[in-house]
Structure formats: C-alpha cells, structure tokens
Design a protein around this ligand. Structure first.
Ligand SMILES: NC(=O)c1ccc[n+]([C@@H]2O[C@H](COP(=O)([O-])OP(=O)(O)OC[C@H]3O[C@@H](n4cnc5c(N)ncnc54)[C@H](OP(=O)(O)O)[C@@H]3O)[C@@H](O)[C@H]2O)c1
Length: 288
C-alpha cells in the first residue's frame, strides 16, 4: 500500500520503520527534514511538503505532537491535496480537537479516523501497539482494508465508537501512566529517605495486588537518576494529563485530586525535564 506519513518524531519514525519492514511504500514528511533520514535509509521517499507527501497516497497517517500542530499541517499546509484523502490521526489530542478536525477535513472532502495507540517505540517496532479507533461508519467502511494493513503495528485495531471515543479512551489510559508514575515515585522516595531497603519494599509490593509492571520498568532509571534516551518524554505526559483534566472537567468530573500533579508537572520545563523520559517526574517529587 502507498502510505503517506506526516511526522517522523519518536513514535512516527518507529511506525514508519515497521510499515517499511512490512513491505509498504512510504512517503514521509517532517518539519525538520533531517529527522526523515533514518526512514529514507530504509527506503522511504522524503517529500518537501505535506501536500507532496500526500500525492498518490492511499492513506495519510499523521503522528504530530498535538492538536494545533496537526490542524495546522493538515488544514493550512496540505491545502487542496487533502481532497479525497483518508487520514488516520495517531497523535494524542483532545477528543474535542479530534471532532473539530474531522469536521474541517469533511469540509475539504477528506475523512478522518482517529487511531491513538497505547505503547511506545519498542511496541511500534515489534508490532505490539494497542490500536484504538474512533470514527464514523462510512469512514470505517472505507478504511477497512487500510486498518487491516495497520494491524502489522499491533494486531486488530479496537473500534471504540465515533470520533472522540478512541481519544477519550487513550486519555483515560494515559492518566493512569501519570498517576501510577507519580504515586510510585513518592513511595520510593519515602522508603529511601527513611533508610528502608528498596529491595525489601519492592519484594512486598511485587507480591501484592498494588503492583503494576510499570513500577519495575522505571525503577532502574529512578534509582540511577538517569532519564536519557526517552521513548515518551515528560512534555508529552504533561500535555496528556492536561488534556485528561480538560476532558474530565468537561464531563463534570471532580479532578481536584489530580490538579496538584498537573501543577507539579508544570515545574518540569524550568527543571529541564521536558525532553527526558517521563519518569523524570521522580526528580520533582524529591522536593527539597
Ligand atoms: N512517543 C510515544 O511513545 C507516544 C506513544 C503514544 C502516543 N504518542 C503521541 O504521538 C504524538 C507524537 O509523539 P512523539 O513522541 O513522536 O513526539 P515527538 O518526537 O516530539 O515528535 C513530534 C512531531 O511533531 C512535529 N512537530 C512539532 N511541532 C510542529 C510544528 N509546529 N509544525 C510541524 N510539525 C511539528 C515534529 O517535527 P520536528 O521533528 O520538526 O520537530 C515531530 O514530527 C504525540 O501526540 C504523543 O503524545 C507518543
């Protein structure tokens, strides 16, 4: 299949590599062209603009940082090239932004399916992402052969409802990433500062119903205070938590318990943590 990929950042590049490895024709575009080089070396064609990347593509996949960026690239930069296209939007954006984008694409004769994913670069490269799909029935029908192709990224995509439903689900999951990372970090600091043996604490935790695998996944980084080479940076975790809070408040939920975590993550920029692995949140919970 001829696929156009807009955005070859951390996740986009891994998705592109997996698609190329599965024998698909890929044309890629990225704002900073240099970031397309690894995919070019694997056989992708590099386009000079979003419109050029879309020409001739059977499907357009967007993996850009956020909603405003995705809107600007598709609606302002791609222009007339959008007409007749099927766009699979992968980035984590607000459900409301997704609905607005779908409506704006429809005005330009294009169709949007939101396809947020759970998992990161390793899962994209291994084809074990969890794919969630939100979209209208007509777009879904048209996209069926394309979604079958996407299964190479992580098996059967899970249909959650109309546009907005998959992104709502994605935000519900990412709120757990933020909250679990935060609560584990605080407990880890507590036992360390009190002089309790970390392995003894972990042994009890691992044998309990409280345990989540993500704790061990991040433990070594937190003990070494080394958050280099991120697959998912702190800035994106903050973005997703803010999107969750905005969406939850819109649905009338009481979010006060989580507002403090958002305020804490606000400090990540000044602390130089935005580009590091999101478990760098552990530095913020260290306090004085
Ligand atoms: N990384 C993960 O594990 C993961 C997992 C699930 C979902 N996601 C979501 O997927 C999306 C992409 O994540 P990522 O980790 O790949 O992020 P990333 O490495 O920061 O890449 C962001 C992409 O957006 C582009 N971009 C940013 N601002 C732009 C602008 N003003 N105009 C045009 N392009 C712009 C970047 O282009 P440049 O290279 O030119 O800056 C890059 O292609 C995010 O919504 C993230 O939350 C990520």
């Amino acid at each position: 299949m001829e696929i156009s990929l807009l955005g070859t950042g951390l996740l986009g590049a891994a998705i592109g590599e997996r698609l190329l490895g599965s024998g698909h024709q890929l044309t890629v575009w990225n704002r900073h062209r240099g970031r397309c080089a690894p995919l070019q070396a694997l056989g992708a064609t590099v386009a000079a603009s979003p419109a050029e990347a879309m020409a001739g593509a059977e499907v357009v996949i967007t993996v850009l940082s956020d909603g405003p960026t995705t809107g600007a690239v598709l609606l302002e930069q791609a222009g007339a090239a959008l007409s007749g296209r099927l766009v699979l939007q992968v980035a984590t954006i607000a459900p409301e932004e997704s609905r607005e984008l779908a409506a704006a694409l429809a005005d330009r004769g294009a169709e949007l399916l939101e396809v947020p994913v759970l998992g990161s670069r390793p899962e994209a490269l291994a084809g074990t992402l969890q794919l969630m799909v939100g979209g209208e029935a007509a777009a879904l029908e048209r996209a069926r052969p394309v979604l079958a192709v996407l299964a190479v990224l992580g098996g059967e995509p899970r249909l959650l409802g109309p546009v907005g439903a998959a992104l709502t689900t994605k935000l519900a999951l990412n709120q757990l990433i933020a909250s679990l990372t935060h609560s584990f970090s605080l407990s880890l600091h507590l036992v360390q500062r009190a002089g309790v043996d970390v392995e003894a604490f972990m042994a009890i935790l691992r044998a309990s119903a409280l345990y989540a695998p993500t704790f061990d996944k991040k433990l070594a980084k937190e003990l070494a205070d080394d958050y280099a080479n991120p697959n998912f940076p702190t800035a994106h975790l903050r973005k997703d938590l803010l999107l969750f809070l905005q969406t939850a408040r819109g649905l009338g939920l009481e979010t006060e318990g989580l507002d403090g975590l958002a305020a804490l993550l606000d400090q990540a920029t000044d602390a130089g943590l935005d580009e590091l692995d999101y478990s760098a949140l552990h530095r913020l919970t260290a306090g004085a």
